[in-house]
Design a protein around this ligand. Sequence first.
Ligand code: RIB
Ligand code: CA
Length: 320
Amino acid sequence: MKVIFDCDPGLDDGVALIAAFGSDDLDIKAITTVFGCSTVENTTTNALKFLDFIGREDVKVAKGASMSMEGKTDIAPFVHGETGFKNIFLPETKNKPYEKNAIETIYEVVMESDEKTFIITTGPLTNVGQAISRYPDLVERIGGISIMGGAIGMGNKNPVAEANIWNDPIAAKIVFDSGIPITMSGLNVTFKAKVYEKEIEEIKKIGTPIAKLAAGFLQAHFEFYKAQGFDGDPVHDLCAVASLVKKDIFTMVHCHVDVETKGEFTKGETVVDLQNKYGKVKNSFICTDVDRDAFVEFLKDRIVKLSKSVYVEKEKIDGK
Ligand code: RIB
Ligand code: CA
């Protein structure tokens, strides 16, 4: 399956990237970056360093939006630290972003492919929304979009809005209204997709640089949630990868989703029409539950697979 990974790495994006690159069934053609967990400068650098570390400099990194379609920007250093990768220091890289920006790269990759391309998104939907607006012929050429974003009746930015949608509701609306098949992993399911500390320790003990990197991302991400009383790390972004390549571990419902772009109290809400009140075309598969044990096994399996496939003979991650 040909894939573009649109992300704002980000600690949980980092875990999702490891799982995606450890999945042989995904042929990842480009990483496109966006603001979110940190500035787009930082998320782009993080993507470049990550690819260098795993020996996949052949994959394009295209820099994307620094702000939402409304011209707003918001980042989350309180979760992801000043750089986006908090206390995880990957080796420096000499590699540079692709000459085209994220919008042009999405169009190029999708149109030059002889089969439909899938998109995984783990950040604000600004790049994808703008690409679809500028190039409507993309719609027929994209096989599906697996989104980490949204929620059913809950939020982490306001009582009903999740950060990736709240950061750019206009772009999110364009994506949900596009007619492209969507799988949505919202907070309802991602808060169930937890990795416990003892499992983070097991991952670390796999012992490879990739496993240590994954454990470092998980532990650093968990620090934020542990302080709030969570008993495990909700690995939000990993759900967008797992629900694409390991669908059977999720429970999904098919229904219509609208995005609230203007609400005084509800801006950024994904209004999930579970009871089909509006009778609109069902545009999304919503993940409502996950087999947590299988989710953790999936992650371990992909860490082992990526560890075997890469040529990581550079500096080791020491988590400093
Ligand atoms: O709300 C969780 C999302 O916000 C995740 O994608 C996380 O990485 C941040 O972008
Ligand atoms: Ca993210």
